[in-house]
Design a protein around this ligand. Structure first.
Ligand SMILES: Cc1cc2nc3c(=O)[nH]c(=O)nc-3n(C[C@H](O)[C@H](O)[C@H](O)COP(=O)(O)O)c2cc1C
Length: 226
């Protein structure tokens, strides 16, 4: 049974250190487009919340001997001893029908603060593993996820054969290795290329395009296979 039947919830996890960046404006535009499409929108702004991205031993209280992060995650889920901040983020993740990861592309990937959010919040035993399997058997199966990001490189440079290579190739580790791995059905990414080289007029037009793309994605998420 899809959770999209009632008013759906979108969780946007945003990672940009500058509140006046194009990425942050893009995130705000996407949030409004989702609200306009009938979503309840929850925004996690990792930099402004000073999110600590490192998964380490200290998160689990006293760990004797050899530290195995995923074993500790599973034990903490079972014992109800997950770190309070991680638990709060996990609850917001589990409550969301649609997850949007919002970021500037850094080294063909997520900024470290966002990668660390995945490390700590995609908890083994709670979103996959333990009583859950992987992919279609993972805890987030039936939900949707998508990437919303900006690049330094131009659109042409990311075409197959372009200087930076085909985007689908290097997004694989996020789409397959993180999102589908925990059960999500992945929607097409919304990307703005090279906002730093845009005029104010071009930036306004690019935000209009983001608004339209997110409206389409919101509709696709509601009608995607249940
Ligand atoms: C650490 C770092 C790594 C970056 N790596 C890439 C990259 O791999 N590919 C790319 O196209 N742009 C890269 N960029 C450029 C950013 O993606 C670009 O400046 C940003 O998306 C523009 O959006 P903003 O103005 O909202 O920051 C990188 C920037 C930084 C700071």
């Amino acid at each position: 049974m899809s959770t999209f039947d009632a008013a759906p919830t979108a969780l946007i996890v945003h990672a940009h250190p500058e509140p006046h960046s194009f990425s942050t404006a893009q995130m705000a535009t996407a949030a409004q487009a989702l609200r306009d499409a009938g979503y309840r929108v929850d925004v996690l702004d990792l930099y402004s919340d000073a999110w600590a991205p490192t998964l380490g031993r200290e998160e689990f209280g006293p760990v004797e001997g050899h530290f195995k992060p995923q074993a500790e995650q599973q034990r903490a889920v079972k014992d109800g001893t997950l770190d309070a901040v991680v638990k709060a983020h996990l609850d917001r993740l589990l409550a969301a029908d649609l997850l949007v990861l919002s970021f500037p592309l850094w080294w063909f990937s997520l900024p470290a603060i966002l990668k660390g959010w995945v490390d700590r919040v995609f908890v083994m035993g709670a979103v996959f593993g333990g009583e859950y399997g992987l992919f279609g058997d993972a805890a987030l199966a039936g939900k949707r996820a998508m990437l919303l990001f900006t690049t330094g490189g131009s659109g042409e440079s990311f075409q197959p054969g372009g200087a930076l290579g085909a985007m689908d190739d290097f997004l694989f580790h996020i789409h397959r290795g993180m999102l589908e791995f925990v059960g999500y059905q992945v929607l097409s990414p919304v990307v703005t290329h090279a906002p730093a080289r845009m005029t104010d007029q071009e930036r306004a037009a690019a935000l209009d395009t983001v608004q339209e793309s997110i409206a389409l994605a919101a509709a696709e998420a509601r009608t995607a296979v249940h």
